[in-house]
Structures are given as C-alpha cells and as structure tokens.
Write a protein that binds this ligand. Structure first.
Ligand code: PLP
Length: 230
C-alpha cells in the first residue's frame, strides 16, 4: 500500500511542479510517519524515502534507534521547552518554533553540543484559535530576536493550514505565508535570508507546491489514516 501511495503522491508532486514551472528538486516530500510502525517506514525507505516527519520527540527517539542512520528527521509538532535537550542534534529541521522562549531554550541546548539548529518559524497564518504559531504581525519581531542567537539558523516559515474540503480555500494562506517570507527577507535583517516554506499536507499539498512550498508534509496520503482520525 505504501509503495503504491508513494507512486501516486510522486506523480501529483511532479504535475504540480510542472503546472507552476518549478523543478521537482525544489520540493522535498516529508513522509509523516507519526503513529505508524517501523515496518511501514521500511517499506517507504525501500521506495526511496529518506525524510520522515514526526510530531513527538519521544517517537523520533524510539524510531531512530530502530532504523538506518541515513534518515533526515523533521520535527513538525509542537515542541515543549523541557524536551529540547533530548532532541538536540537529532533533527534536520525543527518546523514548529513558535515563541522566543522556545528559541532561547534551543539556543542553550545547541550551544552545549556546539551545533547549529536549523529551524522554521511556525506562523498561524489563518488566525485559527485552536492552532499554535505566531500571528503574522508578530513574526518579524520574533525573528529579529532569534537572528542574534549564534547556534540557531532560521531557514524559513511553516504553517498548518485549516482543514478544508476544497484545497483551493487554503491557497490564500499559502500565498500569505510566502509573502510574509519575502517581506521579512526584504528587511535585510543580519543573518536572516530564509528560503524554505513548509506548507501543504495530504489534502492540499498540490496547491501548496503551486504557491512555492519547499517542504510538503504528507502523512495520510502515504501511510493511510491514523488510529485517532475521526
Ligand atoms: C500529521 C501532520 C501532517 C500530516 O497530515 P496528513 O493530513 O496526514 O498528511 C502534516 N503536518 C503536521 C504538522 C502534522 O502534525
């Protein structure tokens, strides 16, 4: 099932790239494996996947010892400050930095291990009550404060778009995230030159690609629905 799903997703990615005049290499597919067993992840690896997304620190720690070392782990879920120490040095990207205090903790722990954390700033671009993420208007100020932290590199912006029936409804949110990135880059903040946009999930990744996504996070579309799904 995973192999066939991946083939379909890959086909759709290629078509979305073609429609929008982008190169396939500009988009990285993150296979979101949260709650899914090692066996399914191994099947994805056989089909060529090396980039996995998880939303819990504990699950990354458990899975990374059971799988080959040549995997890029992306933490995409909310990160608590008291979990930063455990995950330091283990992820390719942390997508979900949504406060200055969390960034300060990341700075502290990455300084200890003398590494640079590659992070994205999570923005609640659709202004949903229930979601984590900075409001668009507070994003620049927070990035200015993080920019001076020597052990953090801000790579880009991330958003979790609303759940919608018609993915076209999210196009405006993806456009707004991209505009925000361009806008902040234009402020010429020292150390800030962001080129990554993490946006698009199973329901809307094609639209996200058309609007400039460089990371798409696809779970259900690859591994099938999760236990706790409605
Ligand atoms: C679970 C999750 C995804 C994947 O969602 P699907 O709809 O299953 O593709 C993407 N991003 C984040 C932050 C998630 O928590």
């Amino acid at each position: 099932m995973v192999t066939e799903n991946l083939r379909l997703v890959e086909e759709k990615i290629c078509q979305a790239c073609e429609r929008s005049g982008r190169k396939r290499e500009e988009v990285t597919l993150i296979a979101v494996s949260k709650t899914k067993p090692i066996e399914m992840m191994e099947e994805a690896m056989t089909a060529g996947i090396r980039v996995f997304g998880e939303n819990k620190v504990q699950e990354i720690l458990k899975k990374e010892v059971a799988l080959p070392k040549n995997i890029d782990w992306h933490l995409i879920g909310h990160l608590q400050r008291n979990k930063v120490r455990q995950i330091a040095g283990k992820t390719a990207r942390i997508h979900s930095v949504d406060s200055l205090r969390l960034a300060e903790q990341i700075q502290k722990e990455y300084e200890k291990i003398q590494q640079t954390a590659k992070i994205l700033i999570e923005v609640n671009v659709a202004r949903e009550e229930s979601k984590f993420g900075l409001m668009p208007e507070e994003t620049e100020e927070t990035i200015r404060e993080i920019a001076v932290m020597p052990n953090i590199h801000v790579c880009g912006l991330m958003t979790i778009a609303p759940y919608v029936e018609n993915p076209e409804e999210n196009r405006v949110h993806f456009q707004n995230l991209r505009k925000l990135l361009v806008d902040i880059n234009g402020k010429n903040i020292d150390n800030i030159s962001m080129d990554e946009l993490s946006m698009g999930m199973t329901g809307d990744y094609e639209v996200a690609i058309e609007e400039g996504a460089t990371f798409i996070r696809v779970g259900t579309g690859i591994f099938g629905s999760r236990e706790y799904d409605k």
